[in-house]
Structure formats: structure tokens, C-alpha cells
Write a protein that binds this ligand. Structure first.
Ligand SMILES: Nc1ncnc2c1ncn2[C@@H]1O[C@H](COP(=O)(O)OP(=O)(O)OP(=O)(O)O)[C@@H](O)[C@H]1O
Length: 257
């Protein structure tokens, strides 16, 4: 039997999803076949409404696909699991808990000393060492999003799912957060699936870049960036070429939608 190490971090086979609404059935996604290896940083772009969030929600186990199957490291996804951390566009921190309380929320099963050590480690890792006792509303948008990332990382997830995590941030903070998430990924070795509307962000962050067609979203572009992170500077030649190609793919997908 294949061991979890040899299984893809994520495998989707024939996955599609429809929503039922008053107006009828909306085919939102797929069919989709996709394998993601452990350690990849996969960015996903596509026209508005093409099913990107749906894809991530299915992978997280928040909803079951209408058809097809999803496995994470060989185990079928049947519901949410701490092995899959999720970061939303809006941080969704618990306002009644401190930042440290939020980060440690998923660690309630651990002995207190162990939990405290892990929270301290994560606060340091995400540059929040000084604000563990603050409430979320006392933090800037960038810090709130860092706290949300720390909370998602706390149980040591094999897979980190990020749904436009920086969309609500100003341009400067967003660029800084991109550097930070890149560094976190490099150090933590977590597999990442990252949804974004920004072609720039997708090309800059992804070791592999996917584009979905208009609704129902299917994979119309799938490319490993082919560059080690250190050699993937913004504005470099390969960066510009991939950005141009991807922009055209998304433009075509949006006009066909
Ligand atoms: N709960 C729901 N009930 C009915 N339709 C839904 C529901 N959630 C999403 N949809 C529809 O499914 C389609 C895909 O939605 P989804 O949010 O996955 O797209 P998206 O690519 O993430 O969009 P955006 O880029 O605008 O955030 C859209 O047409 C949306 O209106």
C-alpha cells in the first residue's frame, strides 16, 4: 500500500459541484482532476465567480462535492480536519479572545505548557511576539491576517488553504505579507493552495500556477514556475513572461464566461 509520504498531498478525481438555489441549479465547478504534491505552493486564479472559493471549501471539507472524490495524503476528505488549515479573506478571529487565545484555539487538547510553548513559537514566527495579550481589534489589518495564519498553522497542518488572504490589505502591507508567507512556507514546508484575483501575486508566490475557466471552473492552465524562489524576482524576465501569458489566459476565460 502506498504510504502517506508517497501519496499526493491532495488529489481530486472527477470533482464537480453545483448549488441549488431558488432560480435552479448553478454548476459552480468542474469536473476537475488535480494532483498536488507535498511541498508545492499552488496559486489559483480565474474569473470572478468561476468556483475558486468553492474548490477550496470542498478541499477543506466544509461541503461535499456533488460528484467525484477528494483525498488528502491518501485519506478521503469527509469533513473539516486540523490537518487542513484555512485562512479566509477576512481574518475571522474570535473577538472575545486575545491574539494568543486565538492562535491556541485549535490546541485545546494539548497540555497547558505545551500549548503555551507552541503559541509563543507561532507568535514569534509570524512577528506577533509583542501582541499576544492584545485583542484582535487592537491590531492592524496585516497583523490580524498574520494572527489568522498563525492560528491556521497551530495544529501543524499538512495543507494550508488560503482564500484571497491579502485582498483586504493595502498594497504596501500586501507585498510585505507576500514576503512573509513565502518565508513561512519555506520554513514550515507546508503544502499551500492559495486563491487570488491578482495575476502578479499568483506568479510571485506560486511554485505552480493554475488558472480556472469561467463557471463552472475547470483547469485551463497549469504551470510549474520552474524557478527556485530566490530566482523569481518581481520584474525578472521569466516573471514578466509568465505574468503576460497568465493575464491573457484569465482575460480569455473571463470573456468566454
Ligand atoms: N451557497 C451558494 N448558493 C448558491 N450559489 C452559490 C453559493 N456559493 C457560491 N455560489 C455560486 O457559485 C459560483 C462560484 O462561486 P465561488 O464563490 O466559488 O466563486 P469564486 O471564483 O470564488 O468567486 P470570486 O472570485 O468572485 O470570489 C458563483 O456563481 C456563485 O454565485
Amino acid at each position: 500500500m502506498p504510504s502517506p509520504e508517497t501519496e499526493p498531498a491532495l488529489a481530486l478525481a472527477g470533482v464537480s459541484h453545483s448549488y441549488r438555489s431558488r432560480g435552479g441549479t448553478v454548476a459552480a465547478l468542474g469536473p476537475l482532476d488535480l494532483e498536488i504534491a507535498a511541498g508545492e505552493f499552488v496559486t489559483v486564479v480565474g474569473p470572478s465567480g468561476c468556483g475558486k472559493s468553492t474548490l477550496l471549501r470542498l478541499v477543506a471539507g466544509f461541503a461535499a462535492p456533488s460528484s467525484g472524490s477528494i483525498t488528502a495524503s491518501g485519506t478521503p476528505v469527509t469533513g473539516p480536519d486540523p490537518a487542513r488549515g484555512y485562512v479566509f479573506q477576512q481574518h475571522r478571529l474570535f473577538p472575545w479572545l486575545t491574539v494568543a487565545g486565538n492562535v491556541g484555539f485549535g490546541l485545546r487538547g494539548l497540555p497547558k505548557a505545551e500549548r503555551k510553548a507552541r503559541v509563543t513559537e507561532l507568535l514569534e514566527l509570524t512577528g506577533l511576539g509583542d501582541v499576544g495579550r492584545a485583542r484582535p481589534y487592537e491590531l492592524s489589518g496585516g497583523m490580524q491576517q498574520r494572527a489568522a495564519i498563525a492560528r491556521a498553522l497551530a495544529p501543524g497542518p499538512a495543507l494550508l488553504l488560503m482564500d484571497e488572504p491579502f485582498a483586504a490589505l493595502d498594497a504596501f502591507t500586501r507585498e510585505r505579507m507576500q514576503e512573509e508567507v513565502r518565508e513561512l512556507w519555506r520554513r514550515a514546508g507546508t503544502t499551500v493552495v492559495f486563491i487570488t484575483h491578482s495575476v502578479d501575486e499568483a506568479v510571485y508566490l506560486g511554485t505552480r500556477v493554475l488558472a480556472l475557466s469561467g463557471r463552472p471552473g475547470r483547469v485551463v492552465f497549469d504551470r510549474a514556475s520552474g524557478l527556485p524562489y530566490e530566482e523569481q524576482p518581481r520584474g525578472g524576465q521569466s516573471f514578466a513572461a509568465l505574468r503576460e501569458e497568465l493575464t491573457e489566459v484569465v482575460r480569455l476565460a473571463a470573456s468566454a464566461a
